[in-house]
Write a protein that binds this ligand. Structure first.
Ligand SMILES: Cc1cc2nc3c(=O)[nH]c(=O)nc-3n(C[C@H](O)[C@H](O)[C@H](O)COP(=O)(O)O)c2cc1C
Length: 212
């Protein structure tokens, strides 16, 4: 087996200090997100979503951030999926943006809530036709016997919605992570990384530096 223990790199990015941080973590997120986009990070809106079931057993998967503002961070999925079942019994979740090429990560923890049907519909209508069909094609996270099942269903759906008007499936829509905390991590030289934690404090945000 080839050893991998030597895989590491030194981070030579500028340190992050508290004076550089926006007082509002959503503004700080915007700055870093825009930098990740401008630096050409592939799929900068891809985030790892961690959820847990009622017994505290954790699972993670990648989803795409589709909107964010002061209310929270929105992604879309199947409401019958494993993650949706976990969110139903345990609404606490964490999302992580792993912008490794910039030696950065942002972790946001909070409660997850369903967005309104109107908001889900507005986003669904903006999706290209084939992505709309994709939302219909799969009972996400259920066991299937073959790929052929998906392909046949896809062909059926193309015929069924041949007029191009695809309604939003009832069991598909958005969730919003409403943040309680944000952590911004910047890799630094000699493993002296910078970490800043924002926590809610009587209507505003408190910022603390954490040991790396
Ligand atoms: C780059 C990337 C983006 C993805 N985006 C989404 C997404 O926005 N929504 C989604 O439901 N699944 C998305 N997936 C698939 C999920 O990672 C996951 O397989 C799926 O949601 C089922 O997860 P669950 O069984 O834990 O519910 C994406 C996967 C990758 C690799």
């Amino acid at each position: 087996m080839q050893p991998i223990h030597h895989l590491r790199r030194d981070y030579d990015h500028d340190p992050l200090s508290e004076v550089d941080l926006a007082p509002d973590p959503v503004m700080q997120f915007r700055t870093w997100f825009d930098e990740a986009r401008n630096e050409g990070i592939p799929e900068p809106n891809a985030m790892t979503l961690g959820t847990a079931d009622a017994k505290g057993r954790v699972s993670c998967r990648t989803v795409l951030l589709k909107a964010y503002d002061a209310k929270g961070f929105v992604f879309f999925t199947n409401y019958g999926s494993r993650k949706a079942h976990q969110i139903a019994v345990n609404p606490h979740a964490s999302i992580l943006f792993p912008w490794v090429a910039l030696a950065r990560q942002v972790e946001i923890a909070g409660r997850v809530e369903k967005i309104s049907t109107a908001e889900s519909l507005a986003y669904f209508m903006s999706r290209p036709f084939l992505s709309q069909l994709g939302a219909w094609v799969s009972d996400q996270s259920s066991v299937i016997s073959s790929r052929q099942i998906l392909l046949s269903k896809f062909e059926e759906l193309k015929v069924r919605f041949a007029n191009g008007e695809v309604p939003k499936p009832e069991g598909w829509g958005g969730f919003r992570v409403v943040p309680d905390t944000f952590e911004f991590w910047q890799g630094g030289q000699s493993r002296l990384h910078d970490r800043f934690l924002y926590t809610r404090d009587a209507g505003s945000w408190r910022i603390a530096r954490l040991a790396p």
